[in-house]
Write a protein that binds this ligand. Sequence first.
Ligand code: UDP
Length: 235
Amino acid sequence: MQYKRILLKLSGEALMGERQYGIDPKRLKEYAQEIKQVVDRNIQVAIVIGGGNIFRGVAGASNGMDRVQGDHMGMLATCINGLALQSALEDEGVHTRLQTAIEIKEIAEPYIKRRANRHLEKGRVVIFGGGTGNPYFTTDTAAVLRAIEINADAILKGTRVDGIYNADPEKDKDAIKYNNISFKDVIEKGLKVMDMTAFTLSEENKLPIIVFDMNTNGNLLKLVSGEQIGTIVDN
Ligand code: UDP
């Protein structure tokens, strides 16, 4: 196996499947099954999940809501998604823990790095909810931060696109996909991988980012097994 410990980042929107809002149970189950495949190969899996399928602070602010208030709602949305994913994983027989950056101790553990590491060593999937726990950040930043803290080998950003292209492949049919690209080239070419805070944090800490299509069956397992799937961003 190429990787021993991964941090999988899933956006909230990915959970919508074909829907316009909320969680599609079918998509949730598919993701749980994909994750189980790698857990069964003894890969340690931590997950950060977004909240965009439910609420984003910026969207609230654009309608006149206080941004911090909106971001608190967004962070809670990530906890809702975390609970949903936890439930779907447990239905597949995968042991999990949900740890949140803001305390909701009746529902989830608070984030404690040492405990997270212990869970991972025991083969439990650890889901990190609540983002970084701070407004004005994103779950991409939370994903990079947690990946660095737990010493993950890489951050795997599961999307609906199969990697990074020189143009938007959903708009430009001539767009060319990169298999490998450096952090420097991503910035120079103005490509969008993650927001700048997340991206520079990853670069500074030499944490490779892999962007791949999470909606194709078996991709996650192929990726951790060392197959060329998606685009790797590293130094
Ligand atoms: N959020 C936040 N701090 C964080 C992470 C998330 O305030 O550290 C809030 C923010 O409002 C954000 C929302 O939670 O819009 C959902 O997260 P994100 O937009 O990153 O989710 P995704 O796009 O991955 O679904």
